[in-house]
Design a binder for this molecule. Structure first.
Ligand code: F6P
Length: 357
């Protein structure tokens, strides 16, 4: 029995832990694992892959990124623009299928986010033996309470805020930190709470600059002369706009720049010196936290279990401290967003954090 694994979409701390889990569990069953390089692209003839034995995964748990490479572009991209779904063309699917048949791959584990799992769902519906493993630092996938990579990203935000805190205090400044998360505010909310932010702005909660500025002025009046503001890259300006980078290049919209806009507006309204900083891909790189290593490894083990039971078309899922699975179709094309009045947002408000509303 031979199975395949590929990573697809943006990289994410913990991908190598999934590979470690898959290879270890498959080896126990006497199966061979081949890893396709650079996402689905590795399936295109003649096939770009490597055989993965347990000894090839020694020492990879601690590595960020993925030893297999990945891409969020290419022939298999399922998402074009915000929310638009494009099917993978039939000729591309046929070519990839030939590789699967020639290599006699009996199950294909796709480790990816919403877009890659949408591609996986299309292939499953066309008869492929697909198992999905959810991956994204954004933690916005429906049908799983957590994805590996999120905890590592949050830790980067907390580290960034800890550093900004001392410089903000020294200069009595407002520091704005822009963080990732695409259209969800999970990284901003978790990172902001854990890093001691005074203001957290997210896509899910419409905000007013006047309210944020008043909060900062009130803090000043109370004797706190610096403030940390976390803004999610997908936060929507009061005028209704997302701030994007080169919006006309096709593909998924690239978010970025909202931190600068927020800093300028707050400086004007508060009269306080304000600087902005974008954490960017520092959130995606580097070693995974222990939580992400363990979650990734467990996801890999569960993916092999699903393959051994012939339960294709399912995605590994984490619910109530258990790793289980759900049909892929239940997981894709539905974002899991922060509830504006859910317990977590209310807890943030309760400790005096301004969410901009
Ligand atoms: O989905 C993960 C993510 O890191 C988002 O938070 C971010 O908007 C995007 O990917 C960045 O993508 P790229 O690496 O293509 O710039």
């Amino acid at each position: 029995m031979r199975i395949g694994i590929l990573n697809s979409g943006g990289d994410c701390p913990g991908l190598n832990a999934v590979i470690h889990g898959v290879v270890g569990a498959a080896d126990e069953l006497g199966w061979e694992v081949i890893g396709f390089r650079d996402g689905f692209e590795g399936l295109l003839p003649p096939g770009d892959f490597t055989v993965l034995k347990p000894k090839d995964t020694v020492g990879i748990l601690k590595l960020g990124g993925t030893i297999l490479g990945t891409t969020n572009k290419g022939h298999f991209a399922a998402k074009v623009g915000k929310g638009d779904i494009a099917e993978v063309p039939a000729d591309i699917v046929a070519k990839a299928k030939r590789t699967m048949e020639q290599l006699d791959v009996r199950a294909l584990i796709i480790v990816g986010g919403d877009g890659s799992l949408t591609t996986g769902l299309q292939l499953y519906r066309e008869g492929w033996p697909i198992i999905g493993v959810p991956k994204t630092i954004d933690n916005d996938l429906h049908a799983t309470a957590m994805t590996f990579g999120f905890d590592s990203a949050v830790n980067s935000v907390v580290d960034g805020l800890d550093r900004l805190h001392t410089t903000a205090e020294s200069h009595k400044r407002v520091m704005v930190l822009e963080v990732m998360g695409r259209h969800a505010g999970w990284i901003a909310l978790w990172g902001g709470i854990a890093g001691g932010a005074s203001v957290i702005l997210m896509p899910e909660i419409p905000f007013s600059f006047e309210k944020v500025a008043q909060h900062i002025k009130d803090r000043d009046a109370q004797g706190y002369h610096s403030s940390l503001v976390v803004v999610a890259e997908g936060a929507i300006l009061p005028e209704g706009d997302l701030v994007t980078i080169d919006p006309n290049t096709g593909g998924e919209v690239r978010l970025g720049g909202v931190g600068d806009v927020v800093a300028k507006r707050l400086e004007k309204l508060t009269g306080k010196e304000t600087r902005s900083c974008t954490l960017g891909h520092l959130q995606r790189g580097g070693a995974p936290t222990s939580l992400d290593r363990i979650l990734g490894m467990r996801f890999g083990v569960m993916a092999v279990k699903l393959a051994s039971e012939g339960r294709f078309g399912r995605m590994v899922s984490y619910q109530a401290y258990h790793v289980d699975s759900v049909p892929i179709e239940e997981a894709v094309n539905k974002l899991r967003l922060v509830e504006p009045h859910g317990e977590l947002a209310q807890a943030a408000r309760a400790v005096g954090i301004c969410l901009g509303d």
